[in-house]
Design a protein around this ligand. Structure first.
Ligand code: SF4
Length: 329
């Protein structure tokens, strides 16, 4: 009879990322709560790629038990502890209906570490989500624009997600939450770098009183061609408008949607190079690549998304499986 525990311990970790350096959080061990590009937004700038499932439905997309087993396996492997455990993923982590159990379980496993959650804020109007999130030590919500037309053009939300509800949900959360709020504003040139937006965000920050604000822009091309990084002038203007809340330090970029442990540029490029070389030899699936290269599937997914966007590999569906091959394949 096979030893189930031993078998689990040797399985690759599909949902634990890193740890990697995060400008906002230090050395961050990430957890992907979605396992796929499942999001309530389909942002123009999303470097995770186009949202595959645009939804507001909360479900155990990856069950808490599975996530916590992986975290426990990572801990048992004797790695040096990170500075923080960060919950995110290739989409919106609050869509995972077992978010509360994941936060509680992560805190139990790492009682000395803060637990952080990245979110696009879209579910903040839901009191259950606010209650679950309140267990975290740090919440990093996004709010790119308070101008409705810009919001629709930039974040391309599910029809059920209204901007006014997000704004109020964040304020309600702040009122009941003792932990830290690190707000992120991502600017794109000609889309949400308007004076109107900076004025609205300024008033909002005054009400929200976040612990810090990071004004950032694209570091690499986003999911949709044509979106351009904001200028240094626009970044400086927004940082000045958001006053004492904004950070002057080089701000981190959202590199894979809300994935907490995004691969840094050179690491991602290196992995993409290995994948391109491997699929040039024979077509492979994401899972096959993760096993063959011995890297987390989420990292492979990110690198594949970049390669597909760059038209450097071919993507072909066969039944339920998606295969990647070289351009000559
Ligand atoms: S950037 Fe974040 S919120 Fe926007 S589509 Fe990507 S994962 Fe979703």
């Amino acid at each position: 009879m096979r030893d189930g525990k031993k078998e689990r311990a040797t399985e690759p970790l599909r949902h634990v990322f890193g740890p990697v350096g995060s400008g906002r959080l230090g050395v961050s061990l990430g957890l992907d709560l979605l396992g796929a590009r499942i999001c309530s937004f389909d942002c123009l700038y999303c470097e995770a790629g186009v949202t595959e499932a645009l939804t507001t439905a909360r479900k155990p997309y990856v069950p808490a038990r599975r996530l916590l087993d992986e975290l426990a396996a990572w801990k048992a492997a004797g790695h040096a502890p990170p500075d923080v455990v960060t919950l995110g993923g290739l989409g919106e982590p609050c869509l995972n209906s077992e978010l509360g159990a994941v936060i509680a379980g992560a805190k139990e496993l790492f009682p000395d570490l803060p637990v952080a959650v990245l979110t696009n804020s879209s579910l903040m109007a839901d009191p259950d989500v606010r209650l679950e999130l309140a267990q975290a030590d740090i919440v990093l919500p996004s709010m790119d624009t308070l101008v409705p037309a810009e919001y629709h053009r930039l974040n391309r939300p599910h029809a059920a997600v209204g901007l006014t509800a997000i704004r109020q949900g964040l304020l309600d959360f702040r009122a009941a939450y003792d932990g830290k709020i690190f707000l992120e504003v991502l600017l794109l040139a000609g889309i949400n770098d308007s004076v109107e937006n900076s004025e609205l965000l300024q008033g909002f920050c005054r009400e929200l009183a976040p612990d810090r604000v990071d004004v950032v822009t694209l570091s690499r091309p986003g999911a949709h061609p044509g979106c351009q990084a904001a200028s240094a002038e626009a970044l400086a203007r927004f940082r000045a408008a958001l006053g004492g809340f904004a950070q002057d330090a080089a701000a981190p970029r959202r590199a894979e949607g809300h994935g907490p442990a995004a691969l840094a540029g050179p690491q991602l490029e290196a992995l993409a190079g290995r994948i391109a070389a491997s699929v040039a030899r024979r077509p492979q699936t994401e899972a096959g690549l993760a096993a063959g290269l011995d890297v987390p599937a989420a990292h492979v997914r990110l690198a594949l998304a970049a390669l597909v966007r760059a038209k450097a590999v071919r993507e072909r569906r066969e039944g339920d499986a998606v295969f990647y091959s070289g351009l000559a394949g």
